[in-house]
Write a protein that binds this ligand. Structure first.
Ligand code: PEP
Length: 258
C-alpha cells in the first residue's frame, strides 16, 4: 500500500476571505492532532491561492497547495488562463488534470489532457490525472475499456523522469457531487484495473485515488475494500471537520496495515 494522499477540491467555492478562514481552521486542528501517515493537499480557486499559501507558510500548516486546473500553454495570448509557471511561483505543488467537469463543460479533450499533464510534469509539479466513466458507459459494461482509453491517451510515452509525478484519481462521473458513492466492489475492481493498465505503461507504483461523494462514513471501507491510496474530495472538503475526518480515516487505515 502506498502512503495515502487526500486532496480537497474546493471547486468554485469559497472567496479568499472564506478560504483563509478554512485554512486557519485546518491549521489549528492539524497542530493539535497531526496526521503522520497521510499527505494532505487543498486545491482552492486560483484567486485564493496566494492567500492560502501565505497562511500555510506563515502558520506552518501541514498540507500542500494544489490547483484545480492549469493551461496547456506555457505563456502568451490565452485570455483567462493560468500557466503552470505562475502556479509554481506561488508554491503550488499539485495540479488536477482533466477533472470530469473540465472535460464535460470546457471541452477538455483527451489530447489536451495529455498535453496539459506534460506541461505540468515538465515543470516538476505533481499531476493528478482524473479519469472515470459516465453512467451510460457503466450501464453497457464498457467502463474498464473507457478508463483504459483515457489512461492510454494521457500516459502513453511519458518519459521516465516524469512518471513519479503522476497520481491517478478514479472519479466515476455519476458519483461526483451526487451523493451516490461507487460500491467498494466497483472501486476495488476499477482500482485493480487501473493499476494493471498503469503497470503496462511503466507506472507500476502510481498512487490511485477514488473520488465521488466520499465522506467520513464511507472512507474507511473504500480504503480497505476499495484498496485505494486515498481520495479526491469535493463537497466534504469545504468544512474542516468533514475533510479531516476523511484524512484521519486514510491515516488510520494506512497505520494499521504498515
Ligand atoms: C470532485 O469534484 O472531484 C468530487 C469528488 O466531488 P464530490 O466529493 O463532491 O463528489
Amino acid at each position: 500500500m502506498n502512503r495515502p494522499l487526500v486532496i480537497g477540491n474546493w471547486k468554485m467555492n469559497l472567496d479568499y476571505v472564506e478560504a483563509v478562514h478554512l485554512i486557519q481552521q485546518l491549521g489549528v486542528v492539524l497542530k493539535n492532532k497531526p496526521l503522520e501517515h497521510v499527505d494532505l493537499v487543498v486545491a482552492p480557486p486560483f484567486v485564493d491561492i496566494r492567500s492560502v499559501t501565505s497562511v500555510v507558510e506563515s502558520e506552518r500548516v501541514a498540507l500542500e497547495v494544489g490547483a484545480q486546473h492549469a493551461s496547456v500553454h506555457e505563456s502568451g495570448a490565452h485570455t483567462g488562463e493560468v500557466s503552470v509557471s505562475m502556479l509554481q511561483r506561488l508554491n503550488v505543488g499539485w495540479v488536477l488534470v482533466g477533472h470530469s467537469e473540465r472535460r464535460a463543460m470546457y471541452a477538455m479533450t483527451d489530447e489536451v489532457v495529455a498535453q496539459t499533464l506534460r506541461t505540468v510534469v515538465r515543470q516538476g509539479l505533481n499531476a493528478v490525472l482524473c479519469v472515470g466513466e459516465e453512467l451510460s458507459v457503466r450501464e453497457v459494461e464498457a467502463h474498464q475499456d473507457f478508463v483504459s482509453a483515457q489512461l492510454h491517451a494521457a500516459l502513453e510515452g511519458l518519459d521516465e523522469k516524469s512518471r513519479p509525478l503522476v497520481t491517478i484519481a478514479y472519479e466515476p462521473v455519476w458519483a461526483i457531487g451526487t451523493g451516490l458513492t461507487a460500491t467498494t466492489t466497483q472501486v476495488g475492481e476499477m482500482t485493480e484495473h487501473i493499476r494493471t493498465v498503469a503497470a503496462s505503461l511503466s507506472l507500476g507504483d502510481v498512487r490511485v485515488l477514488y473520488g465521488g461523494s466520499v465522506n467520513a462514513d464511507n472512507a474507511t471501507a473504500l480504503m480497505n475494500e476499495g484498496r485505494v491510496d486515498g481520495f479526491l474530495v469535493g463537497g466534504a472538503s469545504l468544512k474542516a471537520d468533514s475533510f479531516l475526518a476523511i484524512a484521519q480515516a486514510a491515516n488510520d487505515c494506512y497505520d494499521s496495515k504498515r
